[in-house]
Design a protein around this ligand. Structure first.
Ligand SMILES: [Zn+2]
Length: 133
């Protein structure tokens, strides 16, 4: 199925759900869809995902150059307000992943390289900003 159609379908199916609790499978398939629609498939591998209760953030990206197995980890909270918030946060952390792996930047700043994706987020009905709540 075309990626834009699968995004529309997954978005529609989950749109009205409150208290969206992501699992690993949904996160990985949405990663692939957003990689195509937002990043033109420039992300060449899937990072490690960690879904858990976190304090003071909805998501974060971590790069550990000395890690034996997974150097790149996206951590997400286990309870989002809705699907749209979940997809926006995953996309936000994917921009940081892009900064590290494609642009080879050693800092994940919210700079112009970060915000250049904003229009593609908006096209999908998602939000790209520094903070969400
Ligand atoms: Zn950020």
């Amino acid at each position: 199925m075309e990626k834009s159609k699968s995004f529309a379908r997954i978005f529609e199916k989950n749109f009205s759900k409150r208290d969206f609790k992501p699992n690993l499978k949904t996160t990985q398939s949405l990663f692939k869809i957003l990689n195509t629609l937002i990043f033109k498939n420039q992300l060449t591998f899937i990072p490690n995902f960690c879904i858990k209760r976190i304090h003071g953030a909805l998501g974060m990206f971590e790069y550990s150059p000395t890690a034996v197995k997974h150097c790149h980890t996206i951590t997400l909270t286990n309870n989002f307000l809705d699907f749209r918030e979940f997809a926006s946060i995953l996309g936000h952390e994917m921009v940081h992943f892009y900064q590290f792996t494609v642009l080879k930047m050693n800092s994940g700043n919210h700079n112009k390289d970060f915000y250049k994706f904003k229009k593609r987020f908006q096209k999908l009905g998602l939000d790209l900003q520094r903070e969400y709540r």
